[in-house]
Design a protein around this ligand. Structure first.
Ligand SMILES: [Cu+2]
Length: 250
């Protein structure tokens, strides 16, 4: 009597044979390279060296060089750098994500959070040598998010045109991320705060209800209905702690 041997299924599929992780490494290199380039441009715009961002740029360059010779070491450098900068940058980016009308801050925040999250996912895919189909899907998602970011910010900028100064307004200017040292008004006046920076700020009078968003490159009218006195003005955006002024109300 003859018996049929049980059928043994194949251990791998045809697509698994192509899963050497190369597609994920390429995606990781592109994502981290673009993010580093954006950070170089951002540091140039603010004309300040922010040590964690500068360190991230250097580590990314090192990772991109190393990944060509020692793939797993390079993946680890690029993945861990992306993860640490994502965690460190998130508190600063959070407030910008709700303000697409300030295009540079908004775009920088999206790239610094969503972009780095995608880079971390790419690093995990590269480390695990996952299927290249997943890398293609992530690349498509990254391009879609980039297009959506530009579209949302463009529409928001068209809608957010700020205020027009009126004849009796008291003017004050924000330039290079600084207020005027002292701003003097009479109670009942309206301040015209002209934000000449390409970055967003707030005009926040400490211990009062005046807390006004100042989108990039627009002016905003701020009625000052306060008792006579001297008040502290701040910009309450994380990282803008140097922005202070004195508001004198007669
Ligand atoms: Cu500010």
């Amino acid at each position: 009597m003859t018996t049929t041997s049980p059928h043994t299924p194949p251990l791998t599929t045809s697509t698994d044979h192509a899963a050497d992780g190369a597609a994920w490494v390429r995606l990781l290199a592109w994502l981290t390279g673009i993010i580093a380039a954006v950070e170089v441009i951002f540091l140039g715009m603010i004309a300040t060296v922010v040590p964690p961002i500068a360190a991230g740029i250097v580590l990314t360059i090192v990772g991109l060089v190393v990944v060509r010779r020692a793939r797993r070491v390079g993946i680890a450098i690029l993945g861990l750098t992306s993860l640490l900068l994502l965690l460190g940058f998130a508190p600063f980016a959070a407030s910008h994500l709700g303000h697409p009308e300030s295009a540079i801050d908004f775009t920088h925040a999206v790239i610094g959070t969503v972009g780095r999250l995608l880079a971390v996912i790419a690093a995990v895919g590269a480390w695990r040598k996952a299927s290249p189909a997943g890398a293609r899907r992530l690349a498509v998602a990254a391009i879609g998010i980039a297009c959506l970011t530009v579209a949302i910010s463009s529409i928001a900028m068209l809608v957010s045109t700020g205020d027009t100064a009126q004849a009796d307004d008291v003017p004050t200017v924000i330039a290079d991320s600084y207020f005027a040292d002292t701003i003097s008004v009479t109670s009942g006046d309206t301040l015209y705060v002209d934000n000449t920076d390409v970055f967003r700020h707030t005009f926040t009078v400490v211990d009062t209800t005046i807390d006004v968003e100042l989108p990039a490159s627009v002016g905003v009218r701020v009625p000052i209905e306060l008792p006579a006195g001297v008040y502290d003005v701040i910009c309450d955006i994380p990282g803008h702690e140097h922005m202070t002024a004195t508001l004198e109300v007669e």
